[in-house]
Design a protein around this ligand. Sequence first.
Ligand code: BGC
Length: 798
Amino acid sequence: MSWIVQENGFDRRRITANGNKFMIGNGYMGYRGTLEEFGRAELTAVTLAGLYDRAGDQWREPINAPNGMFTQIYCRGELLSLLASEGEPLEHIQELDIRHAVHRRRTVYRMPGSADGGQVTVSMERFCSAKRLHLLAGRVSVQCSEDCELLIRTGIDGDVWDINGPHLAGLAGADAEGSLLLTGRTQELQVPVAVAEAWAWASAGETIAGGWRAIEAAVGAAGEMPAEMNELPLPWKTETKVGADFVFREIRLRCKAGETYTFHKFTAVFTGLDEGGDAGEAALKYSREAAALGYEALLKEHAESWERKWERSDVVIHGDGEAQAALRYSLYQLHIISPGHSEKLSIPARGLSGQVYKGAVFWDTEMFMLPFYLHTQPEIARNLLMYRVHTLDGARRKAAEYGYEGAFYAWESQETGDDACTLFNVNDVFTGRPMRTYFRDKQVHISADVAYGIWQYYLFTGDGSLLLEGGAEVAWECARFYYSYAYFNPGKQRYEILDVTGPDEYHERVHNNAFTNAMVKKCLSIALEAMAYLQEKQPWQYEALLSGSTVKPEQLREMHDRLYVPQPAADSRLIEQFDRYYMLEDLPLAELQSRMLNPHEYLGGGNGLATTTQILKQADVVLLLHLFSEGYDRDTKRANWEYYEPRTEHGSSLSSCIYALVAADIGIPDWAYPYFMRTATIDLTGDSKQYVGDLYIGGTHPAANGGAWMAAVLGFAGLRFDGGTVRFRPSLPGEWQGVEFPLCLRNQSFRIQVAPSKVTVQAHADNVRGLQFQWGEQIGFAGPGETVSFTCESTSLS
Ligand code: BGC
């Protein structure tokens, strides 16, 4: 059951949450889990990765393509719709098979005009092909319990959800020799967007009425009926309807009681950013080719691709079905948004679930999602990081805009790397006035996060190509930014990082945020190492970078050595989050919440309730302890966890997983478990903040999904890789008998089994190199095809 996500019955209030929960996607596009007959009001969206638009002076955001899977069914002239129907449907099930990424729904309606309890059963299935990035394919089946006439309206609907739209101008629909085509252009950059649909009755081998096939053979699978056949008392005919923002085919169907009528839709989405010439032509060709291959063949290749994704990533938990289901679902979410096909894309904070957060890429990717890819699919990790290489110029522009050197990465990054984050990101709920926020100006840790991700890739894969193709330059430019940003305190003879916002956004413009300073220090050392690598491999590039810079490596070294990083106090072991944090009002979270006058009021900013208190939005010092785990002892981690946890609102979905990780790290999995479950279930329950001020922030939460993987593998299984040795420190929750997962490190594949008192590592026979593993004092080396086991007592090799 852990592969099936299902909801029984229909609840209008769940439409938005289910739109996230039942999403499908393939990295090129995300299709929200709305029902086929839904439109704009129900937040139907086909969100495209990497294509942004600005309508008027509104916020730039990604494009939602027209919905090629739109399908409405009328029975005896009445629309069958969960929204339109009077009363409850007789039955309604929506489900997602996450193993193969297939969405299904089955709805049984009362048949309009039936005196004897007649029923119409509608079953629909759809998938967003993992093999063919432009393709959405669907199957629609209808069965009526009495003879009746149906009108099926199916095609491409341009009336989809937009937050700051409309984004597509000049929408034009056409009937292209039996296929449908809807085209438009983005407003800002005039990029063409096209959706085409080919359609066919189900072919032999599928459930279809007896006489049906003969007709199909006579008229061709997707064609219009020859004119002479219209004269005959045949059971169906189609007509194309073109409107201002749609193109539909209307299929009139004379149904026989008890027969099932099935057709397929093959929808292709292309834009001017894709290769293949004219987007409309390309979409038509693609959808027709798919139709020629047939639904079953497409489904099969899609399902096979998904099997391979799971082989490389599935985490099996023994003894806890609930955790298993939630974790798998989190990985599913990551898979459907992974840009495996392009190094110009990264993953937005709300994945491809819509336009929330402007479809922008945040530090979420490097710090919360990247570890999953680094350990399982390094080629995707590489794409994510190359995106930062491609957007380096945007980061340079931002640094220059603020009067700094080097690269200051966008807090909210779109396709060019220029910052989409506005200076007024939230409206005050009480006055409706825009509030000045300093996310864009002051979350300077973003550049260090990027450099950190790049270096992690090098450590994990041993592949220096990323450094040579721009990664070293990124690290160098980020370090130069900090050099120009830092303040040298002459009294204390140290560098300080002043006027920043750390991960905890409720405290803006603070001095010496411990996390930020530690990350800056790390960035400096990464830049120095990356530059040394470049000097060795491509000295001409190294020289070119140095010659264009007033800063020299020795200066970065000096800053590194003299940079102040707040340390644990000798007695309490506490690390102060930033200078004078302890002077803020210390109160229980519940008391702060009791002061709130509006459930959506923003707690940070100038007048925020949390601003003057020690209440933090999300893991900050505790995140530092996770990232630099080796540098702090257990007592320090525990003391800080215990201090900061009750003061943390977990107002960001990036918070819980970090508390889970550090609790597991200090060997208290029972503290970790509730945080792990909160992270892993966030998109299943839909239980997360939906509004800040009047800003809608719902959608999926890929950082939390990545956090669930981290909590299970890096936390409970206790796996850490430093580029040389894989170390285990298992700390499994009580119910877990074990956890098992694949691992891809340094381009070698392993299967890991972690039980409470035993760890087994199986190296794949095709590996070409071995890797060192360690548990406590025990060290083992797993060469190709070898198995290494550690028990609490001994290490054995076989
Ligand atoms: C968090 C940030 C995060 C952003 C996008 C905010 O609420 O505070 O840390 O990057 O959401 O997920």
